[in-house]
Design a protein around this ligand. Structure first.
Ligand code: BGC
Length: 393
């Protein structure tokens, strides 16, 4: 059977600045990676040298037959010192936007993808007085280079950021690293969540004329053993409050990879006999369709853009298997009425996975020394689906 997707539809691949550019020296995450006793096993270093090789990356995206590319602007480059905006870095990101437009690619621009300038963090991060206005000022500085851009994501996965704020607090107090599946993390630090919601609203005020929204990590919380009420609570703090904050946005970014089961005592570990990916998450392609259905039901009327979905695997056939299953689930959710405008695969490159190079999500392999790009068969398969606008299921 052939599952046809609507036209127009964004078919693309995604990445983020810190994970691909390299030498993001002025950011808080760089400081965390490089400090003595860092909890992170590996550094981003030169990353994929995407800062210099973006033309090659955009050529790959175009040649595969995709029509969209999601990337982020690095606040720490644009404003490395508080209040001092780098015109040269803004011009760099403008060239990247032009590079997309010249190749017929729709740019999907993220303004904040997990990292902040170190000065921002040292000044108290999202909890400091004035944090929201600092973010607004950065957004205001970026708006002039966004001419011709339609889709702007303000903040990537605010729910993960707010949960990680809690994890970092616990790490500082000597607790060991918790379960890595995002949805099994401790609840968000609520003041951080509130500040992020306020920052998102401030950014949207600056982004009149664009389609603006934010992207949420959808965890597919599933109740087991009758834990419906616990699951609803769990889901509200970690996911739904961030969806509710997007109820009047121009779109919502859905990002889904796996599921998390919630029992009467909280999140269950992935069973030993479950099929897992390189991140340790359960192999669960149905995550995407389920996440889209949940989002469509929670904030009806808000158009959905799948801003991330993919798998960390060393077996490229498995990437095709996973993505085929995810797209089939997406198509079924759309058949049932979900208003989905596009699908952006995570990730274009085998990029830095927040502390490790082990979990390879890429459609494209990157040599860690020469930075040579090698397109994987899964990328060609995905490009063929995009060109056809249809999937054989
Ligand atoms: C993030 C990406 C990350 C991916 C896989 C999302 O949480 O936005 O930066 O690499 O998932 O873990």
């Amino acid at each position: 059977m052939r599952a046809a997707f609507p036209t127009p539809f964004l078919w693309g691949a995604a990445g983020s600045a810190h994970q691909t550019e390299g030498n993001n020296l002025a950011s808080d995450f760089w400081a965390l990676e490089n400090r003595p006793g860092s909890p992170l096993p590996e550094r981003s270093g030169d990353a994929c040298d995407g800062y210099h090789r973006w033309r090659e990356d955009l050529d790959i995206v175009r040649d595969l037959g995709l029509n969209a590319y999601r990337f982020s602007i690095e606040w720490a480059r644009v404003e490395p010192v508080e209040g001092a905006f780098s015109q040269a870095e803004l011009a760099h990101y403008r060239r990247l936007i032009d590079g997309c437009l010249e190749r017929g690619l729709t740019p999907v621009v993220t303004l904040h993808h997990f990292t902040s300038p170190l000065w921002f963090q040292l000044a108290g991060g999202w909890l400091a007085d004035g944090a929201v206005e600092r973010f607004r000022r950065y957004v205001r500085a970026v708006v002039p280079i966004l001419d011709g851009v339609e889709w702007v994501c303000t903040i990537n996965e605010p729910n993960m950021l707010a949960m990680m704020a809690n994890v970092l607090k616990r790490h500082e107090s000597g607790e060991k690293r918790p379960e890595l599946v995002a949805g099994a993390l401790p609840p968000p630090d609520q003041p951080t969540a509130d500040a992020l919601i306020a920052a998102h609203k401030a950014a949207r005020e600056e982004l009149a004329g664009f389609k603006s929204g934010w992207t949420v990590a959808n965890q597919n919380f599933e109740p087991v053993d009758g834990a419906d009420a616990q699951c609803a609570d769990w889901r509200f703090s970690r996911e739904d409050q961030f969806l509710d904050a997007a109820a009047h946005d121009d779109f919502i970014g859905v990002q889904a990879y796996t599921r998390v089961q919630i029992g009467p005592d909280g999140a269950l570990s992935v069973p030993d006999d479950a099929r897992r990916t390189l991140t340790g998450w359960e192999f669960y392609p149905a995550a995407l369709g389920n996440a889209v259905r949940h989002t469509a039901a929670r904030i009806p009327g808000v158009p959905i853009l799948v801003t991330e979905n993919g798998i960390a695997t060393g077996d490229d056939d498995e990437r095709v298997e996973y993505t085929r299953g995810a797209l089939a689930g997406l198509h079924a959710a759309m058949d049932d009425g979900a208003d989905v405008r596009g699908y952006l695969h995570w990730s274009l490159l085998d990029n830095y996975e927040w502390g490790s190079w082990h979990a390879t999500f890429g459609l494209v392999h990157v040599d860690r020394t020469t930075f040579a790009r090698t397109v994987k068969p899964s990328a060609r398969w995905f490009g063929d689906v995009a060109r056809a606008g249809a999937l054989d299921v």
